[in-house]
Design a binder for this molecule. Sequence first.
Ligand SMILES: Nc1ncnc2c1ncn2[C@@H]1O[C@H](COP(=O)(O)OP(=O)(O)OP(=O)(O)O)[C@@H](O)[C@H]1O
Length: 594
Amino acid sequence: MQLLPPSLPMLCRALGKRQLRLLPAVVVLGLVSAALEGFGIGLIIPLLGIIMGQGDQAGMAGFSAVFQHVGSDLSERERLIVISVAILGSIVLKNVFAFANTLLTTFIYGKASHAIRSALSERLLRVGYPFFLQQSPGRLLNIISNESWRASDAIQIMLAAIVSASAAIILLIFLLLLSWQMTLLVTLGLALVQIAHAMLSANLKAPSRSVASRNSNLASQMLHLVHAGRLIRIFGQEEREKAVFDKASDGVRRAAFVLLTRQGALPPLTEVLHAMLFLAVVIGAWFAGVSFPLIVAFVILLYRLQPHMRALQMSWSQLQGLSGSLEEVQWMLDPSDKPEPPQGSGPFHGLHQGISFDDVTFTYSGTDQRAVVLHAATFDIRSGRSTALIGRSGAGKTTIVNLLCRFVEPDAGRILVDGSPLHQIDPSQWRKQIALASQELELVDGSIFENIIYGQETASAADAERAARLAEAHEFIEHLPQGYKTVVGYRGINLSAGQRQRIALARALVRDPDILILDEATNAVDGLSEAAIVETLKSRAGRRTTIVISHHHSTISFCDDVVILSGGRVKKQAPFAALATLSMDELYQHEPLE
Ligand SMILES: Nc1ncnc2c1ncn2[C@@H]1O[C@H](COP(=O)(O)OP(=O)(O)OP(=O)(O)O)[C@@H](O)[C@H]1O
């Protein structure tokens, strides 16, 4: 049986050093308010003594006798008033401290919840890019949007458990001081209830994991419905998608039902066990001939102890019920089983000679057996020149871009930049000199201006306009009612595909990058605009390096060199002029060098 709540170290890390330092204050406030409560209850002994006309009760000793003698030198009337005021005062003070504790725990809970979300976003931003190729977006979305909240709930439960434990300790001490025999009985009973509770709570882990995994599945379905709105409608798949979604949603309901019913059985069971214990103590005290005011004080203390004990036991089962969520959050925060971000610390101040792929072999990692995507690819990209990467679909062109941008790293072979291995260069310095325009790099939900200067925040409105002109985007932007302030919507949904591409190109050009990579970046742009864009790209010749991927002859017509790929192998590298008369199909079928 597990003695500590699951994922406790992760929760402590989420709390952070500063919040952890506040925990003793939570304990102290909990202890003080419980002590005040115990004190108030203890004063019931003399109060009842006066009311019942039993000034000096027989059988009172130790601590109960101390309470019994409170204000004994006063007249009975004065004593009644003083004790009543003291009881009321202790109740008021207890609640002031309890409220202060609520404020403190709410503050810590808020900070810790924020820390969890912040750590999750940090992990997503820092993890190596292959992570996103391996993981289901639904799972990631579910962790960020659902499980992180449940992990925050676990922190709140833990804080409440600390307060309950402090109160329980103090009330148990008061009980002990009133009667150690009865307290021994109570402690034994509570221990038995706790063992029963812990055994039943252990059943909650499996259903909790099942809820988390079904929530991931449901999140995937939600993403699909949001992203595939057009696809579903044009293929008339509404009914089928509805059925798939309902099944996923019902799966969550079923799993949650199992979890909640098992969890729901615990409070009534605990209450019944506590009631049995309660009665056993009262009857035992009566048989033992304990005085009435003492029994009343003991029973009231016990009664007040009960909710704290129940809360403690419930927090145990609640944490077990959240274990699936906690495991998911912990998994995402754990860097040990995730791809590392690219390493390297060497400086990069600009490309001088060129980039060489030297026997580069690469396979996308995954759970199943993957085919080799690049086979010992060897070719050069000359600095200040334009190189076209061409090949049939699936030939490995985008993979070369992924390797160049260091989204993935070669399995074998080397990429050399001016003769130095790329993996030794500081990735952020390297990426600062690269701009990529690709179909897969969507627009962000903001204005056109914000999109153009994304990643180049120092760019002015004039810089953005200049880049937009070069990308043949200025004219259409000017015709929009709000011009550069037009909001493009989620992934640029408010714009046409060609408009989106031109803004993405302007975003790449505004950086005036040393190395510009265009991966099918203009395939949705009309012929006239494309011709103008090609003129822009030509003007970079000699000054900047350009890599172009396209299936269109017109797009690569300005290039100096061409690299022809087929099935992950480099078939030929040649000056483009030597092959310019060939059509794309003829280029693709060009005979290998050997
Ligand atoms: N994330 C991935 N996981 C596994 N395999 C992948 C992944 N991305 C691409 N591949 C595989 O790698 C091979 C090369 O893909 P790549 O995207 O580089 O081709 P491409 O030449 O750019 O094709 P296209 O012209 O269609 O864009 C393909 O066989 C593809 O199935």
